[in-house]
Design a protein around this ligand. Structure first.
Ligand code: ATP
Length: 235
C-alpha cells in the first residue's frame, strides 16, 4: 500500500531522515518506534505532504505522492493525527469532527461516519456540544482520531497517541486503534511507548537519529534482547 524508498529530509542544514525505507501493507498495523528526536514525526509529516523530501520516493497505492500537496494526499486517503492532538479548542467536538470531513461531499456518507466515530468513541457523543479545549487529554486524543476518521482514510498515521496520558486511558486508546484496524483501516503508528505499540502491531521499524536500524515482526522485536534493553525498559 505504502512504499517509502530511501528518503532524505532536511531542516535547513540538519538532516532529520537519512535514506529511510519502509513499507506498509494493506490491513496492517505497522509501528515506528524510537527515542525523542529520532525522526519519527518528521517521517509522518513527510508522508502527509507537510514536508518535502530532498530525495527518495514515496509510493502510495501504486502512484508517487512525494512532493504532492497535503490536501491531495488527504483526498487520496491518508489522514494524519499529529503529535499533541491539535484540536480546535474554541470549537465544539461536533464542529471539529465536521472539519475532518471538509474535503468530502456525500452528506449521507458523512452522516454515517459521524455515527461510526460516535460508536467508536461514545465519550465524544456525550460531549458533542462541548468546547474541545475543555476536554481531558484522553478525550482530545479521541477527538483528534475521530476527526481523522471523518476524512475516510485508507491509511491512518498516528503520532504518539499515548503521549501524556494515564495508563488506563492509553489502554483504551490502543483498544480503539485495534478496532479501527479491524474495521479495515491500515495504520502507521509512531510511538515512544514501545511496549504498547508492539503489543498491537504486526510489524515494526526502529529509527535512531534519522535512520532505520532494525525492522521485523512485532513478535521478533518483542523477543529481541537488544530491543528489550534499549526500548522496553529492560523487561
Ligand atoms: P519527538 O517524539 O520528540 O517528536 P521524533 O522522533 O518525532 O521525536 P522529530 O520531531 O522528527 O523526532 O525530529 C527529528 C530531528 O529533527 C530532531 O533532531 C529535531 O530536533 C529536528 N527537527 C524537528 N523539527 C524541526 C524543525 N522544524 N526545524 C529544525 N529541526 C527540526
Amino acid at each position: 500500500m505504502l512504499k517509502v524508498n530511501e528518503i532524505d529530509v532536511f531542516y535547513g542544514n540538519i538532516q532529520a531522515l537519512k535514506g529511510v525505507s519502509l513499507e506498509v501493507n494493506e490491513g496492517e498495523i505497522v509501528t515506528l518506534i524510537g527515542a525523542n528526536g529520532a525522526g519519527k514525526s518528521t517521517l509522518l509529516k513527510t508522508l502527509s505532504g507537510l514536508i518535502k523530501p530532498k530525495s527518495g520516493s514515496i509510493e502510495y497505492l501504486g502512484s508517487s505522492i512525494s512532493g504532492k500537496q497535503a490536501q491531495s494526499i488527504v483526498k487520496a486517503g491518508i489522514s494524519h493525527v499529529p503529535e499533541g492532538r491539535r484540536v480546535f479548542a474554541n470549537m465544539s467536538v461536533e464542529e471539529n469532527l465536521e472539519l475532518g470531513a471538509y474535503l468530502r461531499k456525500n452528506k449521507n456518507e458523512i452522516r454515517k461516519d459521524f455515527e461510526k466515530v460516535y460508536s467508536l468513541f461514545p465519550r465524544l457523543h456525550e460531549r458533542r456540544k462541548q468546547l474541545s479545549g475543555t476536554l481531558s487529554g484522553g478525550e482530545q486524543q479521541m477527538l483528534a482520531m475521530g476527526r481523522a476518521i471523518m476524512a475516510k482514510p485508507k491509511l491512518l498515521l498516528l503520532d504518539e497517541p499515548s503521549m501524556g496520558l494515564a495508563p488506563l486511558i492509553v489502554k483504551t486508546i490502543f483498544q480503539i486503534i485495534e478496532e479501527i484496524n479491524r474495521d479495515g483501516t491500515t495504520i502507521l503508528l509512531v510511538e515512544q511507548n514501545a511496549n504498547m505499540a508492539l503489543s498491537v502491531a504486526n510489524r515494526a521499524y526502529v529509527i535512531e537519529t534519522g535512520s532505520v536500524v532494525v525492522s521485523g515482526s512485532a513478535a521478533e522485536l518483542q523477543a529481541s534482547e537488544e530491543i528489550k534493553k534499549a526500548y522496553l525498559g529492560g523487561l
